[in-house]
Design a protein around this ligand. Structure first.
Ligand code: HSE
Length: 400
């Protein structure tokens, strides 16, 4: 079985490494060895044994009938989209780790793969090495999935864990994360929640079988979380985590990415450092949790190669995936109901009662000149009006 890799960066080279390390057992599972015939990259790798496989024109892969499986590990929507589309049109199976591509073009590429009787798979696009796409498509098919809530960004989970453990401010932790390679030089996509947003858009699309546009998902990152917030969290016995969540409600599907304060009994409370975890609730299954390495070279490559194996085992057929291009309208996030932790520099309890009714006050060691409190449950839209009426709001974090 001949395959090709498009993009020889961290994940692409990881795919070659996994096929090298575990080639023998993979060949047994498939029934024949998987051989990398081409590697597409802009660069050359002189002295590297893979150099002889390097091509600079994707058409060399598309036009070679011997190549049955193509791995896309380039990242970004273009030119990955054009290349993947060409490969599917040429009757090749494609797997990708590229969440930007899957979130934007998933429905279209799944439909094209079906038309061409091949497969478009994307296990590695969410949760790195943790199996979640195949479980949703193949294992949890007896259920109506009513909730998916995950910690699905390793960079931000590492940073929040460090802030909580060491009492450091956001900027100091970001700098350290960048030095250690846990955050990119340009960390925007992770710290602003855009990465988690694309991942929950993919999961929600699979659950509802329709297109969920990531632009429609209310998304907040972690850039406003401070050392003082962590002190309040400690008093409450809670942990601040960036959650990506989608729920099926009577009004329709809701989805959101935002920092939440989790109590110790929450299934995601103990997910620390770069680890990811995804909690799934099905109407007949009840609860399930998927936990593990959500990023990194070999864990992500492991998921990509698992797709390669699946496609090699099903090389003559399309495995159906329910994700139509019909757009799903999410419930307006203003209607979501939550309790909120609020910090205000208006230390006026009468005014707080006037705006919010009875609240629970929270103290934080060493934090003065402000009040912290937790509201009763209310709609997001209602909260916006009340905080405006109160004024001087320094922080708002949802309670999980
Ligand atoms: N930047 C991502 C993360 C990589 O930290 O989770 C995996 O998608």
């Amino acid at each position: 079985m001949k395959a090709a890799i498009m993009g020889y960066g961290t994940i692409g080279s990881g795919v070659a490494e996994v096929l090298e390390i575990n080639g023998g057992s993979i060949a047994k599972r498939v029934g024949e060895p998987i051989e990398i015939k081409y590697i597409l990259d802009l660069r050359d790798f002189p002295g590297d044994p893979i150099q002889e496989k390097i091509v600079h024109d994707y058409k060399a892969i598309a036009e070679d009938p011997e190549v049955r499986i193509v791995v896309e590990t380039m990242g970004g929507v273009e030119p990955a989209y054009t290349f993947v589309k060409t490969m599917l049109e040429a009757g090749k199976h494609v797997t990708t780790s590229n969440k930007a591509l899957v979130a934007a073009k998933g429905a279209e590429l799944i439909a094209l793969a079906k038309e061409k009787n091949v497969n478009f798979m994307f296990e590695a696009s969410v949760g790195g090495g943790i199996p979640i796409i195949r479980p949703l498509n193949s294992c949890l098919t007896a259920d109506e999935i009513e909730e998916i809530t995950g910690i699905i960004n390793g960079t931000t989970n590492y940073m929040l864990t460090k802030m909580s453990e060491e009492g450091l401010e956001f900027d100091a932790v970001l700098k350290e994360a960048q030095e250690k390679g846990y955050a990119e030089k340009d960390p925007t996509a992770d710290i602003e929640g855009y990465d988690a947003c694309r991942k929950i858009a993919i999961l929600t699309s699979l659950v509802c079988g329709q297109q969920v546009d990531f632009e429609d998902i209310h998304t907040e990152g972690i850039t406003k979380i401070t050392a003082a917030d962590m002190k309040y969290a400690k008093t409450m016995g809670r942990a601040i985590k960036l959650l990506a969540t989608s729920k099926k409600t009577e009004e329709g599907y809701t989805a959101m990415v935002a920092p939440f304060l989790l109590p110790p009994e929450h299934p995601l409370y103990s997910v620390n450092g770069v680890f990811n975890a995804i909690f799934v609730h099905g109407n007949v299954l009840g609860d399930a949790m998927f936990y593990g390495s959500g990023a990194g070279k070999l864990p992500t490559a492991s998921a990509v190669v698992a797709d390669v194996v699946e496609m090699a085992k099903n090389s003559d057929k399309n495995i159906p995936v329910e994700w139509s291009s019909k757009k799903l309208k999410l419930v307006d996030s203003d209607n979501a109901v939550n309790r909120f932790f609020i910090r205000t520099e208006v230390p006026d309890r009468d005014k707080i009662r006037e705006c919010f009714g009875e609240v629970e006050y929270v103290e934080a060691e060493g934090v003065t000149g402000e009040l912290g409190f937790v509201t009763n449950a209310m709609r997001e839209g209602e909260l916006a009006q009340k905080t405006e009426a109160l004024g001087g709001v320094l922080q708002m974090i949802r309670m999980a």
